[in-house]
Design a protein around this ligand. Sequence first.
Ligand SMILES: Cc1cc2nc3c(=O)[nH]c(=O)nc-3n(C[C@H](O)[C@H](O)[C@H](O)COP(=O)(O)O)c2cc1C
Length: 267
Amino acid sequence: MSIITVNPELCRKDGICSRVCPTRLIVGEVGAVPTEREGGSCIQCGQCMAFCPHGAIRVQGLNPALARPVNRKRLPEASDVDILLQSRRSIRQYKQTPVPKDVLEGLLHTAAYAPTAKNSRRLRQVVVYDAANMKALGDCIADCLANDKSENPLIAEGRALALAWRKGLDPILRGAPHLVMVLTPNDHWAVIDAAIYLTYLEIAGHAHGVGACWAGYVTTVANHYPAVAALLGVKEGEIVAGGQMMGLPSLLPMNMAPRAPYPATWL
Ligand SMILES: Cc1cc2nc3c(=O)[nH]c(=O)nc-3n(C[C@H](O)[C@H](O)[C@H](O)COP(=O)(O)O)c2cc1C
């Protein structure tokens, strides 16, 4: 069966699908029913479905029920988006009340709209939701760091964190009730995809009142210590590309971060 199917009764043969297809898979000319080229290089991005004004196209593996019409009247004002982005801050003070699972699931779903290279979508996530599992993870990280006798300055810094953890402080997980880690194949683009996904997740959380902070230390130790990787269920061939600690903020910033734009060369 063809990956792309066109309903001939709905198709107006306007050629829009052909123009928007990034792989030029749909070779129909304006006025012709699009056809599928031999060899099928469809990346299942759904551009043809999204741009077809007549709902005439289906793509295998893409649920048409999720292809809701874009209601442009409901898009936020540009200035509101600016405020949302500029008011985002790392949150390191959390309530211990869990974020309801359906709220977290909603954020994960929204973040899944993040672009991926060639629509490859090779991310997998591990959500550490339960308090007991967060504590077990913190204990495991602290044990690994405390027992590591290596001279590596990064590990020396980690040993100080482990010591703090054992004193009841939490500079690693920041007292967050939850953690979302993203696992990918060990591949440049997959790691970039993960960073974009996690950025979407942080912003979506911010919009919904859920705080987040990038889990850089956890990422480093999960890729360094097999015991931490095992707790997260990292599989053969996967790396931990990044993560976000998440929870309901117990403190909120009152002011925007002072940030200058990066230097730009205009050509
Ligand atoms: C890739 C990455 C890793 C990070 N890892 C940590 C971390 O392990 N712990 C932490 O408290 N903050 C971490 N941060 C948060 C940064 O410290 C923070 O984004 C930066 O200081 C700017 O502050 P802001 O996020 O409030 O604007 C990380 C941020 C990024 C982008």
